[in-house]
Write a protein that binds this ligand. Structure first.
Ligand SMILES: C[S@@+](CC[C@H](N)C(=O)[O-])C[C@H]1O[C@@H](n2cnc3c(N)ncnc32)[C@H](O)[C@@H]1O
Length: 256
């Protein structure tokens, strides 16, 4: 099952137009500066989507290889890179099977709960082992994941949202079913684009399966893959405690 395929990829940046990528990238930069041993200049991004964090981190002075397994999202990212004159290297790669030759990086990051798309214990461990292999000694990993506690307590079976488009509107209905035994949220999306007169322009459906995690479960995955966790926090909220209302957890870990 893929994600953000075809026209959904074209809509991605409209849907997340208000997501504070610049602030999030500044936070990642601060985490790297705070925890780094030695110079931290080269970054590998897993599941970069349309490249919004990568563009912001590039502005902060990093050299970035940004990877994703969606050719459609990478097409949007590369077009944006060309418009911006960006040197971010976008590559089609599945994070379960990274092909990097002998390249090693100072840090790896994987944000916006993307690790959950690989779903199974085996695949998660493989992704984290791939991240460890891509890091120099004492290199850092920054990972953001969906938190089981908030998901189980607060998930909404149905949600509706809409966004303005240059020539109309995009409306999205999301229906969510939880598969508690596998810790997966199955989200069925229905998207409808209409023009300014309300006529239907395009319609599509997509189902995504994404895993949610508890903190100690992720701690064990990280340890098994060869990382020491340095810091756990609600994503982008330093100094706050992780609790039942924390939807996104962030961990900073170091290659052991
Ligand atoms: C919620 S989006 C986040 C994208 C981007 N990090 C952001 O913050 O906008 C999840 C991303 O994970 C990517 N993805 C899912 N499974 C993947 C895999 N096995 N390998 C690489 N990318 C994957 C999807 O293509 C999508 O770009």
């Amino acid at each position: 099952m893929g994600s953000y395929l075809g026209k959904y990829a074209e809509y991605y940046d409209h849907i997340y137009a208000n997501k504070p990528y610049k602030d999030e990238a500044a936070f990642v930069d601060a985490c790297l500066r705070c925890n780094a041993h030695g110079e931290t200049k080269t970054l590998l991004e897993l599941a970069c989507g349309t490249g919004r964090h990568a563009f912001e981190l590039e502005q902060l002075g990093y050299q970035i290889l940004a990877t994703d397994y969606s050719a459609d999202l990478l097409e949007v990212a590369r077009a944006q890179a060309q418009r911006r004159g960006s040197a971010v290297d976008f590559q089609l790669q599945d994070m379960r099977d990274l092909q990097l030759g002998n390249r090693v990086f100072d840090a790896v990051y994987c944000l916006f709960d993307s690790i959950g798309y690989v779903q199974t214990n085996e695949a998660i461990l493989r992704v984290l082992q791939n991240a460890a292999a891509a890091l120099r000694q004492q290199g850092l990993l920054i990972l953001e994941f969906w938190h089981a506690a908030a998901m189980l307590r607060g998930y909404e079976p149905e949600r509706q949202a809409s966004w303005p488009l240059p020539n109309g509107e995009l409306a999205r209905t999301s229906r969510t079913v939880l598969h508690v035994d596998r810790q997966l949220a199955e989200v069925h999306y229905r998207l409808r684009e209409t023009d300014t007169a309300g006529n239907l322009v395009a319609e599509l459906e997509e189902t995504q399966l994404n895993r949610y995690f508890l903190v100690q479960e992720m701690a064990l995955f990280l340890q098994t893959a060869g990382f020491n966790a340095l810091e756990w926090l609600p994503a982008y909220q330093p100094g706050q405690a992780i609790d039942l209302d924390t939807w996104h957890v962030m961990v900073v870990a170091q290659k052991a």
